[in-house]
Write a protein that binds this ligand. Structure first.
Ligand SMILES: Cc1cc2nc3c(=O)[nH]c(=O)nc-3n(C[C@H](O)[C@H](O)[C@H](O)COP(=O)(O)OP(=O)(O)OC[C@H]3O[C@@H](n4cnc5c(N)ncnc54)[C@H](O)[C@@H]3O)c2cc1C
Length: 461
């Protein structure tokens, strides 16, 4: 437990109003968006300046208090659940400024607690484009996005957060400010520290400022919905589009269960008899968009699409993407507990993965709605359950393990975008060698000898 003199020190450096010791305040920071047991932190601090953030890190280290940084707590892998022993949560919502949007050199600098969607909007207002668009973008922070290497609907063509990080300034465990990367398009000075920070889930350093690459927006786009009477045909269409060297900016999949649930939720006129839908958008130069959209329509038709609806107006386009955005909230209404998984396979293995998820649902007698970023092989099988039903939840655990095993057997990975955190750390040894884990642990130990930076996550015991 932090002593009263230490609490006074935090208060004098961060301001008394930014140090929370009351249980009611601390409870708010006990959980995140993963289905895991909450842990109430001993102390919650909210730095509002860079200096205060550095002081908070240093004080935690000097007093061996495990520190978990929290953006908006939307991660789905338990990354912000504090340590059971003396956990301190450092909240970044007091460091939420967009510091610069540079339209000459195409970069932006932000504080880690800036929210993703308003940032992308501010960039768009300057005539530029920041593509990463996680489904949580209206609340997630850019610091959280970098720490989880978040992806989104545009990942297929535009990549994920790592593809836009030019630099990260972060505090090391001693509270020293470390500079990494820069503002130039090319920067190979020193070790690739920004690369080390991306996806580090708060275990190697605490971000203070991030520099993002910006790009010009596409000139034109076209969105469409392709309706299929079989999951296999839809998933084969995904593989065929990619194999024909067309890279849509977005290529999303919804299975029948998800389509019907979304339709019940929104009454948007979705084809509820369809076994699967593909929601597709191509973008770029207007001529290229025309050509690619036509090829996509041809391929879907050849592969058995029963109907293709092209969005003629912005309202029709919005309706297509609303259907996708509704998938998770609509499914989540059906049962008290929603376990959103992140099975990711090489794109050619999508048909096999989707079939396997269906079989796993039947085997364990579970309701699983599947949707996801089919174009990049990243599916979100969503298990609807009630955590209080112990017998059913045990079957959920078994189903999840089988989903991971299948993804790995198909050459996939444990996480396409939700990170490892606490939720998947025990599965790491299934994907990487013992030497890989050892190397990562040695790195962690060298950079954080007291193991106070988000202990237990990714490689922690
Ligand atoms: C409805 C919903 C939809 C989602 N959709 C997507 C999606 O499409 N794609 C996707 O990739 N993810 C998605 N997610 C997961 C989640 O939104 C992302 O992982 C997001 O990047 C987390 O941001 P956050 O601000 O909430 O971070 P948090 O959850 O607060 O933190 C995430 C991790 O980052 C670390 N961290 C945060 N700030 C810092 C910092 N300043 N320095 C060091 N470490 C830090 C934390 O310690 C933690 O380990 C979704 C989640 C929900 C609930």
């Amino acid at each position: 437990m932090a002593s009263s003199s230490l609490i006074k020190e935090f208060q004098s450096l961060l301001g008394a109003e930014n140090v929370m010791t009351e249980e009611a305040d601390r409870q708010v920071y006990a959980y995140d968006s993963a289905v895991l047991d909450p842990v109430i932190p001993e102390l919650v601090v909210r730095p509002t300046t860079s200096e205060a953030l550095g002081h908070a890190v240093r004080l935690c280290n000097e007093n061996q208090l495990p520190l978990t940084v929290r953006g908006s707590g939307t991660n789905l892998s338990g990354g912000t659940i504090p340590s059971k022993k003396n956990g301190v949560v450092v909240v970044t919502n007091g460091l939420n400024k967009i510091l610069e949007i540079n339209t000459e050199d195409l970069y932006a600098r932000v504080q880690p607690g800036a929210i993703t969607a308003p940032f992308a909007q501010a960039v768009a207002e300057k005539g530029l484009f920041y593509p990463p668009d996680p489904g949580s973008q209206s609340v997630s922070t850019l610091g959280g996005n970098v720490a989880e290497n978040a992806g989104g609907l545009r990942g297929l063509k535009y990549g994920v957060t790592k593809d836009y990080v030019m630099g990260v300034d972060f505090f090391d465990v001693n509270g020293q400010l470390i500079q990494s990367g820069g503002r130039t398009v090319k920067c190979v000075t020193g070790l690739n520290l920004p690369g080390l920070m991306v996806g580090s889930e708060g275990t190697l350093g605490v971000f203070n400022e991030i520099t993002f690459k910006l790009i010009p927006p596409p000139q034109a786009s076209q969105a469409m919905m392709a309706v299929f009477d079989s999951v296999d045909k839809a998933s084969e269409a995904v593989s065929a589009i990619i194999a024909h060297k067309i890279v849509p900016c977005t290529l999303e999949f919804l299975d029948q269960f998800t389509i019907r649930t979304v339709e019940e939720f929104r009454h948007a006129g979705l084809p509820t008899e369809a076994k699967a839908l593909l929601l597709i958008e191509v973008d770029g130069h207007p001529v290229q968009v025309e050509e690619e959209a036509e090829k996509v329509r041809d391929l879907c038709t050849k592969l058995g699409a029963t109907q293709i609806q092209v969005a003629g107006t912005q309202a029709e386009k919005d309706a297509i993407w609303q259907a996708r955005r509704d998938a998770l909230p609509a499914l989540a209404r059906l049962k008290p507990t929603t376990v959103l998984e992140d099975a990711t396979v090489p794109r050619s293995k999508i048909p096999a993965m989707i079939r396997a998820i269906g079989d796993i649902g039947t085997k364990y007698d579970l309701t699983i709605g599947t949707f996801g970023h089919a174009g990049d092989g990243n599916l979100h099988p969503t298990i609807l359950t009630d955590r209080r039903d112990k017998a059913e939840f045990e079957r959920v655990d078994q189903a999840i393990e089988e989903i991971f095993n299948t993804a790995l057997d198909l050459g996939g990975t444990l996480s396409g975008e939700h990170g490892i955190g606490l939720a998947k750390r025990h599965f790491m040894a299934k994907e990487v060698t013992a030497a890989t884990l050892n190397y990562s642990r040695k790195l962690k130990k060298a950079l954080d000898p007291n193991e106070i930076l988000n202990p237990g996550k990714i490689i922690g015991g």
